[in-house]
Design a protein around this ligand. Structure first.
Ligand code: ATP
Ligand code: MG
Length: 392
């Protein structure tokens, strides 16, 4: 029996004339993400995509699970393909759904007929298929209000499809359809969540991580690579740039007033991230900042870091409580990695009394003793860039 996966587009179904651009991207993303499972053919009609396995031994459950992590679909179902003939449809429904129907007591049939040339209308299809299933499985009863199981029959252009209840897709927009952005990723809880949220809005992610060896360890670096792979479960592959930040931090420590250390360091992160972002064609920076979470995230401090870069800075978790962010981190599978106890460069040289109400004018004065161009050049010469893949 031939099986395929039927996928319903989410928000892109609302797009107008440029809808096919989004659909092309979505199809490409699916192919890319399914590649390690085998060959698939992806076609589409109306707002449905058909994903058909081309190799014999493909594990369809695994393919469905992977597709549930591709942004852009609202619903999906694993379905059996059958010719548009009532006898064939009835027989296929009984055979394909036998394992589930055997174990439930009540059911109903729902039919959808997008091919209006098909001789039976939906209620008649339901009645015929339902009657047949009752005769094949005498223990069943029909319950149209609260059935244990719903059998769906869809009559479409080329074929009919039979399936059970639909599964949820990941929602959002296809990764890459809204452009590309640079995520500042620490080893913490918030930034992976921020990256996930922006990927969901269709941004292709790259990531930059600031490391300060020997103050920060190889474990901390590996942790960030793992986090990128985990964010990549939905966002796809992520190009990661690891920046050697030690010299910059030491210079700030040695030359600037202590209470401004954190804010100046964060401004340098923005500046360096922006340079790499522009080089890589990114249209925005993304951070995991949330108002009032720490001293560097007061409105005053955010005001000072914001102007360090000209690119827009997206902060999707800005209004979320820590508990809300943690709930997302758990759901997307980054939480356990995030709480591994390795030092981040933010926590070395932290001032005893950081300024919570820094004024930009004072920060700029505090920065004056730094040779900005030399420091940026130094950091940019210490960048190591590579792709991380979710399936690694
Ligand atoms: P997170 O949980 O994401 O680490 P946080 O609450 O610890 O966030 P901060 O340490 O103040 O907050 O960092 C705020 C944001 O700055 C982070 O969400 C991240 O986007 C960025 N950031 C912090 N440290 C680094 C780093 N070492 N490399 C890259 N970006 C960083
Ligand atoms: Mg942090």
């Amino acid at each position: 029996m031939k099986e395929i996966i039927l996928l319903k587009a989410g928000e892109i179904a609302l797009k107008g004339l440029n809808r096919s651009v989004f659909e092309d991207r979505l199809a490409k993303n699916c192919k890319f993400r399914l590649k390690h499972l085998g060959r698939f053919q992806i076609t589409r009609a109306q707002s449905t995509m058909y994903c058909e396995p081309l190799d014999e031994d493909i594990d369809i459950d695994e393919a469905v699970e992977t597709l549930q992590t591709v942004f852009g679909f609202s619903k999906m179902s694993r379905a059996c393909v059958v010719e548009k003939d009532m006898d064939a449809i009835k027989a296929a429904a009984a055979e394909y759904l036998e394992p589930v129907l055997r174990d439930c007591r009540t059911f109903k049939v729902e039919a959808k007929r997008s091919d209006k040339a098909f001789p039976l209308k939906s209620p008649a299809i339901c009645a015929e298929v339902g009657g047949y299933l009752l005769s094949r499985f005498p223990h069943l009863r029909v319950d149209v209000h609260q059935p244990d199981f719903t059998v769906y029959v869809e009559i479409r252009d080329k074929n009919a499809y039979i399936h059970g209840p639909q599964l949820d897709g990941a929602g959002g927009m296809p990764v890459g359809s809204s452009g590309r952005a640079m995520l500042l990723i620490s080893g913490g809880i918030d930034s992976p969540v921020a990256g996930h949220m922006m990927a969901k809005r269709g941004l292709e992610l790259q990531a930059v991580h600031f490391a300060a060896p020997p103050y920060t360890s190889e474990y901390a670096r590996q942790k960030v690579i793992t986090l990128c792979r985990e964010v990549g479960r939905y966002a796809g592959r992520i190009k990661l740039h690891v920046v050697g930040f030690t010299h910059v931090q030491e210079q700030i420590r040695d030359l600037c007033p202590e209470e401004y250390f954190t804010i100046i360091m964060r401004r340098y992160m923005m500046k360096i991230a922006e340079r790499i972002a522009r080089e890589e064609g990114c249209g925005a920076l993304v951070t995991g900042e949330s108002v009032a979470q720490v001293a560097s995230q007061t409105l005053y401090a955010l005001g000072c870091t914001d102007v360090a870069a000209e690119l827009p800075v997206l902060r999707p978790v800005i209004g979320m409580d820590k508990n809300e962010i943690i709930a997302v981190a758990r759901r997307i599978g980054t939480f356990e990695t995030s709480i591994l106890p390795y030092e981040d460069c933010c926590t070395v040289f932290t001032p005893r009394h950081p300024r919570t109400r820094p004024k930009l004018r004072e920060v700029l004065r505090a920065e004056e003793r730094l040779d900005e161009e030399a420091l940026l050049a130094d950091a940019l010469s210490k960048v190591e860039s590579f792709y991380t893949y979710p399936e690694d």
